[in-house]
Write a protein that binds this ligand. Structure first.
Ligand SMILES: Nc1ncnc2c1ncn2[C@@H]1O[C@H](COP(=O)(O)OP(=O)(O)OP(=O)(O)O)[C@@H](O)[C@H]1O
Ligand SMILES: [Mg+2]
Length: 144
């Protein structure tokens, strides 16, 4: 993935969404991107930006609660997973997570990827979100 320069800091949710929009231009069908980071650090906000950047509707994007994967229509379909509440790898497999990762048509964006670190495809890009001073958010590249 070749994309905006990181690390970067955003002061507002709009800026994190704008970053997601910029990244969207670099995502290709079949990509799996891990969005790591603390609660409330802006991962879902970033997903909204990606969906907008791909021509989808930002309002479709919610924090998946008890559904592991949400699918959003866009030029490239976006598969959004929030694994915060995932109890086990068995649950991940039962929910068809591997099938999503193997799909060649869309982009998988995975919140709380640490829950399934061993299941993610090799070469998964990792973006790390964190809280910074002044209520800002820092987004950097990382590893799981
Ligand atoms: N610079 C910023 N970037 C993103 N969100 C921000 C920023 N500043 C404030 N916020 C607020 O922080 C919250 C981020 O929420 P978001 O759901 O995107 O986090 P998350 O990382 O997905 O959390 P979770 O782990 O609970 O899913 C929102 O309420 C948003 O308005
Ligand atoms: Mg979230």
């Amino acid at each position: 993935m070749d994309a905006p320069l990181l690390p970067t800091t955003t002061a507002l949710p709009e800026e994190t969404r704008a970053l997601g929009q910029q990244f969207a231009a670099f995502f290709a069908p079949g990509d799996v991107v891990a969005l790591s980071g603390e609660l409330g650090s802006g991962k879902t906000c970033f997903v909204q930006g990606v969906v907008e950047g791909l021509g989808g509707k930002r309002d479709d994007v919610s924090s998946p609660t008890f559904t592991i994967a949400h699918e959003y229509d866009a030029r490239i379909p976006v598969y959004h997973m929030d694994l915060y509440r995932l109890a086990s790898l068995a649950e991940a497999r039962a929910a068809g997570l591997m099938e999503y990762f193997e799909r060649a048509d869309g982009v998988c964006l995975v919140e709380w990827p640490e829950r399934v670190a061993g299941l993610l495809p090799p070469g998964t890009d990792v973006l790390v979100f964190s809280h910074a001073a002044g209520g800002h958010r820092t987004i950097s590249r990382g590893t799981l």
